[in-house]
Write a protein that binds this ligand. Structure first.
Ligand code: ATP
Ligand code: MG
Length: 587
């Protein structure tokens, strides 16, 4: 499918309405022809032949035509505007749905500003095209050729003289279209770039302030702003060059009419009335010619935007939903990795990882930064697909499972906490927006978030700023944990979720996790030994490989990386244990 076929698939749903609109435009154009005929009759019959009684009727006809054209114009514009909004509505919806289907790799590569431009500026070019350009171009072409035919009926010699202009008009149109195309593409790219810059800077304004880089950012913004202005100016350069050419051609038409028409009237080959009639048709030829430059401009904006939107839309995610994926409302949570490797951009990130976790067990994952801990969790959720090997949940390859069913069974508190600008309650209840408040509070209590939430002025109704602004790092982590817990998942993933909370809080949370009343396999990714010490299985990762695995005691006995890390942290842990339990007074 090409970009235009794709666009047409939206437009064709409004075929009948668009057709009706164009019929109205045809009537409007045909009615425009009547005006010069009436003017001719006034000259020939009323003024020259003295048939004054015809005048009131002719004037009444002119008024009637004017009113009718006005009404039809109003109605047709309502039709085109409604169609354009409907086309846009379904296109935006379709593109948005596709964006939601895209995988992590897609978002890793794409710039947010680019995607925003597709949904805003580019969509508007399409709206303008459907609401205005289609009928304008249709009317232009129709009126031009209709006027030529009408002139032909009056005087074929004159009509023939006027067609001399046509090849020139076609050549100029072709030349404008050819030179304009790359410049319009450049405009769209600069617009995306400007959008990305502004979006990134607004999101990152705290960093800009912290480093006092306002002047530097303004300078960078000015460069983007300049580049966008230059791109627009370079496109404007085209119409400023071509519009006068069309203007020249339309003036040539007038000159031809005056010259050839006058000679014919003088020689008696044409009546004065006919000359007036042809003169009346003249604007119908010159107007379209004058407008060609502008309409080519509009069409090129439209074509570049459709192509841009379609290119984004047609990118297929690597992670695909299987046609008849395995569905089971509640999975057991038995997880196995079999010789799993994953590489991205020719770089091996995970190498030959194998382990097996039974349903309900807890797994601790330890490893230096960048060792691949989050990646393993991402592979389990199928945010990426393995390069080789298999990830099995309940004995089924995740690639054969219904993607949504799999993810519905996983509760994940991601390392990079993202909160929506919504209330605290709305954020926690994200997976179950209609659940009773007690459930939300229960999840918050388990995540040790209830007390700090209640101490906020609006409690659970407190609005969290975008990305969780206004909350401390540990508070955000606990809300994100509560959000994952509320799902009551079969598999719970805590990726560095307690790194920003103190050890007492962490110990409290661990006790709560042990007390989860449904069967739940838990993955805890952490740097602190205390977070994973009691796990049924501990995986130690290094450089994408599992270098050690076993229980705490086994790994200590092994005297490897884990034992070294344990000895480093041991003093701190011992001190804490001696103090006696967590801040909630429970051991
Ligand atoms: P940390 O403890 O800092 O969170 P981690 O163990 O979770 O680290 P990962 O996020 O899994 O580490 O990343 C492992 C390595 O893979 C890193 O070097 C990272 O840059 C790289 N990486 C992860 N995802 C991708 C990707 N999609 N494309 C390219 N490289 C990636
Ligand atoms: Mg990580």
């Amino acid at each position: 499918m090409t970009a235009f076929q794709w666009f047409y698939s939206f437009l064709k749903k409004h075929n009948k309405k668009m057709f009706l609109g164009l019929v109205m435009c045809t009537v409007i154009s045909v009615l425009a022809i009547v005006k010069p005929i009436v003017s001719g009759l006034i000259v020939d019959d009323v003024i020259t032949a003295g048939m004054y009684e015809k005048l009131p009727m002719l004037i009444a006809l002119l008024i009637l035509i004017t009113v009718l054209r006005g009404l039809l114009r109003y109605q047709s514009q309502v039709i085109f505007e409604t169609c354009s909004q409907d086309v846009l509505y379904s296109m935006r919806d379709k593109v948005y749905r596709k964006l939601l289907q895209e995988d992590f790799s897609f978002y890793n590569k794409k710039r947010t500003g680019d995607l925003l431009s597709r949904q805003t500026g580019d969509m508007d070019a399409i709206r303008h095209f459907v609401a205005f350009v289609i009928y304008q171009v249709y009317e232009m072409i129709f009126i031009f050729f209709f006027a030529l035919i009408m002139i032909y009926t009056v005087s074929w010699q004159l009509a023939l003289c006027m067609t001399i202009i046509l090849p020139f008009a076609a050549a100029v149109t072709y030349s404008q279209t050819k030179t304009g195309r790359p410049r319009f593409q450049h405009i769209r790219e600069q617009f995306s770039s400007l959008n990305t810059f502004v979006q990134e800077n607004i999101s990152g304004n705290r960093v800009v302030k912290a480093f006092s880089k306002e002047d530097y950012e303004i300078e960078k913004f000015n460069k983007e702003n300049d580049a966008y202005r230059d791109a627009e100016l370079s496109a404007a350069d085209i119409w400023t060059k071509y519009v006068p050419m069309f203007e020249f051609l339309s003036n040539m038409l007038t000159i031809i009419l005056m010259l050839v028409g006058s000679i014919m009237v003088i020689r008696g080959n044409m009546t004065l009335g006919n000359y007036v009639t042809v003169n009346g048709y003249l604007w119908m030829l010159t107007n379209p010619l004058r407008q060609i430059g502008w309409r080519i401009n509009d069409i090129q904006r439209f074509t570049t935007s459709v192509e841009k939107i379609y290119t984004t839309y047609s990118e297929e995610p690597d992670v695909k939903q299987p046609k008849h994926g395995y569905v089971k409302k509640r999975l057991e949570g038995d997880v196995a990795f079999k010789n799993v490797s994953y590489s991205a951009d020719d770089e091996d990130i995970i190498r030959n990882v194998s382990f097996h976790v039974k349903s309900g067990q807890t797994v601790g994952i330890l490893g230096s930064t960048g060792s691949g801990k989050s990646t393993i969790m991402n592979l389990l959720c199928r945010f990426y697909d393995v390069t080789s090997g298999e990830v099995l949940v309940d004995g089924k390859n995740v690639k054969d499972m219904d993607l949504y069913n799999l993810r519905q069974n996983i509760g994940m508190a991601m390392q990079d906490v993202f909160l929506f600008s919504d209330t605290v309650e709305g954020n926690i209840a994200y997976s179950k927006p209609d659940c009773p408040f007690e459930e939300v509070q229960k999840a918050a209590i388990m995540a040790d978030a209830d007390s700090f939430i209640r101490s906020m002025p609006d409690g659970y109704d407190t609005i969290v700023g975008e990305r969780g602004v206004g909350l401390s790092g540990g508070q955000k982590q606990r809300i994100s944990l509560a959000r994952a817990l509320l799902k009551e998942p079969s598999i719970l993933i805590l990726d560095d979720t307690t790194s920003a909370v103190d050890m007492e809080t962490e110990s409290y949370i661990q006790k709560q996790l042990n007390a989860i009343d449904h069967k739940c396999t838990i993955f805890i990714v952490a740097y602190r030994i205390s977070s994973i010490k009691d796990a049924d299985l501990i995986l130690v990762l290094n450089n994408g490989e599992i270098v050690e695995q076993g229980t705490h005691d086994e790994l200590l006995a092994n005297n490897g990386y884990y034992a070294t890390v344990f000895r480093h942290q041991y003093g701190e842990y011992e001190k804490y244990i001696k103090k006696g339990g967590d801040k909630h007074g429970k051991k």
